[in-house]
Design a protein around this ligand. Structure first.
Ligand SMILES: Cc1cc2nc3c(=O)[nH]c(=O)nc-3n(C[C@H](O)[C@H](O)[C@H](O)COP(=O)(O)OP(=O)(O)OC[C@H]3O[C@@H](n4cnc5c(N)ncnc54)[C@H](O)[C@@H]3O)c2cc1C
Length: 492
């Protein structure tokens, strides 16, 4: 490949926006929020229009160059890494809210719009965008769509897929397609649903129609303090079993509480074994009764105290503590490895007990801050990447954590995606036939596997795509896939 010519061709497409390619500039793009795996791209291009994205994708095809879309790079599974020296198509300059339709409760946005900016834009009119990843002040809607992101409030309102109505997508071939519609239902296959959560392997979203929700009439935020994570876990099960679905039901353990309190002064009890943040929202009538039932359930499970946020400032501070918890953990350790396994929530006490065992076995501290209502764990393994032995123990602990989730009837990821990080664990959950179907669907969208190769599903041990499409037979396809995914990334 003639790199000088490539850079010139890229610059011609995105001018006057820059094309980055200097080695020191590539350091920023060699990984996402999952810093264990790194792979520098050949270049980073910043399109500002759909036409430019189409041109970039067609150019990558001409150069036989793998490419990957990138939003804010906050992903936690290595999804935005450009493997094999590929091209990064950085979407954060396509960051306009194009239309807001309050009557039909929807907005059309470009993919680089930051999640929180939608709620900010429509807040004064009494609306918001519901999925609220803790990274919402920086992550983009394009990244949310790719990862099918969740957040504290998705317990009651559903994850990203429940809030996306339509998409404009540049396919890996450079064709432009429109999936879904502004109406609530569309005939034909649910391709919008298929695209959401495809982790950037089906193409690049260039326009996204999101649902807007009306702000609830009333909100009540409760902090429950517990002596042990076990008591807090049992309270979570008790609340859900009582038929109450709070808007959010989040847990933080003592290690997390220490870090969050030092970072934010959120008013958390430093001697608690765990706290629950429980938020109710909806119509004001009856909310007091639900809050009092929740307090009773917490008390029945050994709760040491229940505090209701007295005003919006106190509520905001509690959420600041929760949403900045990952960052706060940085006070305790040079590095941490974030996991995202899911277990049936009734097995929370058992899961947390087993996490304690994993922490002891590998002699590593594990902090827990997670979406307890969904059974979506976020064990953060604290380590120092400069200590080779500790790094190895961290990876081994990570594997034990994921195995535990699967053993308990759960899955590998609740919201951060599989990416590069967990693709080799997929056979723990899926049979060869299951994975084969996924490969065949990917082949329909991404026939040359140039769009974000090496992510989500392991290379096929066999593939029947040729039989379906009449294109190259299975062996040829496997070779093509292998060639496009030469795993040249570095694990630190
Ligand atoms: C502190 C912190 C807290 C977090 N909390 C949460 C949380 O509560 N819930 C949660 O779900 N996640 C959370 N995350 C993970 C992360 O923020 C989400 O996965 C988010 O959706 C990633 O968005 P991004 O813009 O940073 O995407 P990136 O990291 O840039 O990319 C993620 C994936 O999206 C693809 N992609 C990006 N843009 C497009 C596009 N336009 N078209 C097609 N594919 C695209 C990329 O190729 C990549 O595969 C957290 C991360 C951090 C660092």
């Amino acid at each position: 490949m003639d790199k000088t010519q490539l850079l010139k061709d890229l610059a011609d497409i995105v001018a006057p926006m820059p094309v980055l390619s200097a080695p020191e500039e590539m350091l920023v793009y060699e990984c996402d929020g999952h810093t264990l795996d790194k792979a520098p791209p050949v270049a980073v291009a910043f399109p500002t229009t759909t036409e430019q994205v189409v041109a970039l994708v067609k150019l990558a095809n001409r150069y036989d160059l793998p490419f990957v879309a990138r939003g804010a790079g906050t992903g936690l599974s290595g999804g935005a890494l450009a493997l094999d020296g590929g091209l990064v198509i950085e979407m954060n300059r396509m960051n306009k809210i194009l239309e807001i339709d309050y009557v039909n409760q929807q907005a059309v946005v470009q993919p680089g719009v930051v999640n929180l900016h939608i709620s900010t834009a429509v807040g004064d009119a009494g609306f918001y965008y519901a999925p609220d990843p803790s990274s919402q002040a920086s992550c983009t809607i394009g990244g949310n769509v790719a990862e099918n992101s969740g957040g504290p409030h998705t317990l009651k309102y559903g994850v990203t897929t429940n809030h996306i109505l339509a998409l404009e997508v540049v396919l890996p071939t450079g064709d432009l397609v429109h999936l879904g519609a502004a109406t609530l239902d569309t005939p034909g296959y649910d391709l919008t649903g298929l695209f959401v959560g495809s982790e950037g392997t089906f193409g690049i979203a260039t326009k996204i129609t999101v649902r807007l929700m009306r702000k609830p009439e009333a909100v009540k935020t409760i902090l429950g303090t517990f002596a042990t994570v076990n008591d807090a876990s049992n309270a979570v099960s008790g609340i859900i079993a009582a038929g109450i679905i709070p808007a959010a039901l989040e847990m933080m353990d003592n290690l997390t509480i220490q870090a969050v309190e030092a970072a934010t002064g959120a008013g958390l009890p430093l001697d608690a074994g765990a706290v629950l943040i429980i938020e109710l929202d909806g119509i004001a009538n009856g909310m007091e009764a639900d809050a009092s039932r929740i307090a009773d359930i917490c008390n029945a499970h050994g709760c040491l105290g229940v505090r209701v946020a007295k005003d919006e400032a106190e509520r905001a501070l509690l959420w600041k503590g929760r949403k900045e918890a990952f960052g706060a953990i940085g006070r305790l350790t040079p590095n941490y490895y974030t996991h995202d396994g899911v277990i049936p929530r009734t097995r929370l006490p058992e899961a947390l007990e087993r996490l304690l065992g994993i922490s002891r076995k590998h002699n590593l501290r594990i902090a827990n801050v997670f979406h307890a209502g969904d059974g979506n764990l976020h064990p953060l393994v604290l380590y120092n990447e400069k200590d080779a032995d500790e790094l190895q123990r961290t990876l081994a602990a990570g594997e034990d954590i994921l195995r535990t989730c699967v053993d308990l009837g759960g899955v590998l990821s609740g919201e951060h995606g599989i990416g590069l990080e967990k693709k080799n664990c997929m056979p723990w959950l899926f049979t060869e036939d299951d994975l084969d179907v996924m490969h065949r669907i990917r082949h329909v969208f991404n026939p040359d596997n140039r769009c974000n190769p090496g992510k989500l599903i392991p290379l096929p041990s066999r593939c029947r795509c040729g039989a379906v499409t009449g294109e190259p037979d299975a062996i040829d396809l496997q070779e093509a896939v292998a060639a496009a995914t030469k795993d040249t990334h570095v694990r630190s």
